[in-house]
Design a protein around this ligand. Structure first.
Ligand SMILES: Cc1ncc(COP(=O)(O)O)c(C=O)c1O
Length: 219
């Protein structure tokens, strides 16, 4: 009935670089961890959805972009009202009391994005940030990126030293330098740098500088 993808996956740090060709079958994409990190051609999808908590605003708001013909009344009977797109669309997304403060903050972020030059400019910045980190990883003798090169995420960069004790030492020392939340997802271990829109280039530069220093001291 539909093809579902998770377009950017945060645990392994992978992404779809090209969308699957699904013909008449609607493509449904979870874009939670890459929404507004680059321009998007919404006409290629049946439905795009995502939690806003990565690039857009505070947790508690969800964005859904759904093709008109997929907004239907004949949903499964146990579908909660809040998840009935017809109900939401008919009510202008106001069928329930919306989280107004969270939406207000998203509005501020939309304005900020425009001031930055829009999604093309943000994409360029994100590509440069990711290139900086992957470029370092590719020549490092201590650290290596774990995702296949072709499918590397621009948002989440997982990497390892190959030694769990050394990984733990790196994470602990990084924290003392103000480099926070570098621990990889519990299911895979290692490290993960999440470099969403809000992470400035300077943050990535500081991480790479510390990685160089750590590599020198732990060769
Ligand atoms: C692609 C993707 N989908 C879903 C989720 C889960 O979102 P939530 O914590 O709101 O369930 C996340 C992030 O946590 C994500 O990156």
């Amino acid at each position: 009935d539909y093809v579902y993808i998770c377009q950017n996956e945060t645990v392994y740090g992978t992404r779809y670089t090209h969308l699957p060709e699904t013909g008449d079958i609607p493509l449904v994409s979870d874009v939670s961890s890459m929404f507004l990190s680059e321009p998007v051609d919404v006409s290629k999808y049946g439905l795009i959805y995502g939690g806003v908590q990565k690039n857009v605003g505070p947790a508690g708001v969800v964005i859904v972009i759904v093709r008109d013909d997929l907004i239907r009344e004949d949903v499964l009977p146990f579908t909660p009202t809040i998840m009935r797109y017809k109900t939401q669309a008919d009510a202008g997304s106001l069928s329930n009391t919306p989280p107004a403060y969270g939406i207000y903050v998203c509005g501020l972020v939309f304005k900020w994005l425009k001031e930055q030059g829009g999604l093309e400019a943000i994409q360029k910045r994100n590509q440069e940030k990711a290139a900086l980190l992957y470029g370092y990883l590719d020549q490092s003798k201590l650290f290596s990126g774990t995702a296949q090169k072709e499918f590397r995420s621009l948002m989440n960069v997982p990497f390892v030293t190959g030694d769990a004790d050394l990984d733990a030492k790196f994470i602990a020392e990084a924290k003392t330098r103000g480099l926070e939340s570098l621990k990889g997802h519990r299911s895979v271990g290692g490290m993960r740098a999440s470099i969403y829109n809000a992470m400035p280039r300077e943050g990535v530069e500081a991480l790479v500088a510390f990685m160089e220093e750590f590599e020198k001291n732990n060769a």
